[in-house]
Design a binder for this molecule. Structure first.
Ligand SMILES: [Zn+2]
Ligand SMILES: [Zn+2]
Length: 150
């Protein structure tokens, strides 16, 4: 499973436009970082983005990856996913969707389900505030981890 090239390109275009509009210069390094993020479907952490971009841009620093990713999150182009105990993971899919999380290897996979998108919150939630969207995490052990532990 991977992001279709057209979809990744479209996302990268949107990210570039938003980044430029925010006043940030679209440097070669920032462009490579956002292209990497736009094509990612594994919800990478900063370390993984850094290693992938470094293949093409050996001078990249992890600090630049941190700052660019944080800017994209701030601008709403990327979502921070914090469903695992490890470092924060990042998601370029900002449309409504949910996740399956393997608690053994940290796999995070997208789940699209229209019924979950409109999940009605319990009344206790309504007492706390207004809900803008529901995000469901299904946590467990993925098939390959289950096969490995046999
Ligand atoms: Zn797993
Ligand atoms: Zn996702």
């Amino acid at each position: 499973m991977s992001v279709p090239p057209e979809a990744a390109l479209k996302r990268a275009e949107v990210m570039s436009a938003v980044l430029r509009r925010s006043g940030l210069r679209l440097t070669h390094q920032r462009l490579e970082i956002l292209k990497e993020l736009a094509a990612a479907d594994v919800h990478p952490d900063v370390e993984a983005i850094y290693h992938a971009v470094r293949e093409r841009v050996p001078t990249i620093s992890i600090d630049t990856v941190y700052r660019t990713t944080a800017a994209l999150v701030h601008l709403g182009c990327v979502r921070r996913v914090s469903a695992t105990v490890g470092p924060a993971r990042y998601d370029p899919n900002v449309g409504p969707h949910h996740h399956f999380v393997c608690q053994s290897c940290g796999l995070i996979a997208d789940i699209e389900d229209a019924d979950l998108d409109v999940l009605s919150p319990p009344s206790a939630v309504g007492e706390l505030g207004e809900v803008s969207r529901a995000e469901v995490y299904f946590k467990g052990v993925c098939r390959s981890c289950a096969a490995r532990s046999g």
